[in-house]
Design a binder for this molecule. Structure first.
Ligand SMILES: [Fe+2]
Length: 282
């Protein structure tokens, strides 16, 4: 069987769901410093399920606000534009992440759980190293494996060949994906992020989450997602078929200025954070 060509890949991405215009509008507004809270409220109210998530988050124990938050504009002020942005994106991609992906040995909800965990740990790391936009780290962590949703069908068809390469030739699942299919899930995910008009640093974080040394726009963001992905893998969350094949990048450790001891520390802090189910509300 032939490998996929770039044209076939682009066709696959073309068939992928588009984000609703209201989501794009919220993403634009939350990036624009001249937007008002009322502008954002108006857009959020067009999406009932998003509106209820915003209110639920604003009233969650995490924010510990003493009074009940009843309107979207109050919630927007409390949460901040960046948190609204990541919530909007998360709510729009959740449906894609929830599905079962037999090609990757992932049951229903496993990719979602893994992606949410990576997002939460990415934000934890971002705060620790005082990265300027922890919510961007959250979104990058959430979307890093989105390409698996598209590639799943093709991986499933050629699963035996991929696994044989992994076993007999000592390749990583990622290398086997690329050699057998012509593309791996990080390249496909980056194409989808481009299609969705995501900012270049987010496209880059998806493209290079397994090879952070290839980053040129914002290597810190790529390194955060890489280390968060490794931490989540170490913890065995939603491991699937390709789980153990990842190595920690020295480049990422250096970029974040941490050593193995620090990494161990982060792993145990991440374990605490992820064992608290409230972490998954945000
Ligand atoms: Fe990945």
């Amino acid at each position: 069987m032939e490998k996929l060509s770039l044209d076939q890949l682009l066709l696959m991405v073309k068939d992928m769901p588009v984000l609703p215009e209201s989501i794009h509008q919220i993403l634009r507004l939350t990036e624009d410093p001249d937007s008002t809270v009322q502008d954002i409220e108006r857009e959020i109210l067009k999406d009932q399920s998003l509106a209820s998530k915003v209110l639920r988050l604003a009233n969650s124990a995490y924010y510990g606000y003493p009074r009940k938050i009843g309107t979207i504009s109050e919630a927007t002020i409390l949460l901040g534009f960046q948190a609204i942005r990541s919530l909007t994106l998360a709510s729009s991609v959740n449906k894609l992440l929830i599905q079962e992906l037999p090609g990757y040995g992932l049951k229903k909800y496993e990719l979602w759980r893994q992606s949410q965990s990576c997002a939460i740990v990415s934000r934890m790391i971002a705060r620790k190293i005082k990265f300027k936009n922890p919510e961007l780290a959250y979104v990058a962590g959430l979307l890093h494996d989105i390409g698996k949703v598209i590639l799943n069908h093709y991986v499933a068809k050629r699963y035996q060949e991929i696994m044989e390469k992994v076993k007999n030739e000592n390749k990583s699942f990622l290398e086997a994906e690329r050699e057998i299919l012509g593309f791996d899930h990080s390249q496909v995910g980056a194409k989808l992020a481009e299609k969705w008009n995501f900012p270049p640093e987010l496209v880059e974080a998806i493209a290079y989450h397994h090879v952070p040394e290839n980053a040129s726009i914002l290597p810190v963001l790529v390194s955060i997602v890489h280390i968060a992905d490794v931490i989540v893998m170490f913890m065995g969350i939603g491991m699937g078929a390709d789980g153990m094949a990842y190595l920690v990048s020295d480049f990422a450790l250096q970029t974040l200025q941490i050593d193995e001891v620090q990494l161990q520390q982060w792993i145990s802090e991440a374990a605490d954070l992820l064992s608290d189910s409230r972490s998954f509300d945000i």
